[in-house]
Design a protein around this ligand. Sequence first.
Ligand SMILES: [Zn+2]
Length: 86
Amino acid sequence: MKEFSWNLVKGLMPYFMILLVLGIIVGILARLNYLVKTKINQKIASIKTDGGICPQCGGKLIMRKGKYGSFIGCSNYPNCRYTQNK
Ligand SMILES: [Zn+2]
């Protein structure tokens, strides 16, 4: 029984290795994708914020950093909670 399970582990080893490598690759790709998206979003935000005026209070729109990344918000926050989608 012991030998059987050891052989099973040895037999599955290549699959574990493949899964491990795939996991690493997916992790790197996800990270790259996130970085590229963040860069693009920052670019778009910087273009959008150029001379942007808050429609709610007339304040300046600036790029803010929140829990879920950067977004465009009113410079009068927290008095004005206006935010703009990217
Ligand atoms: Zn505002």
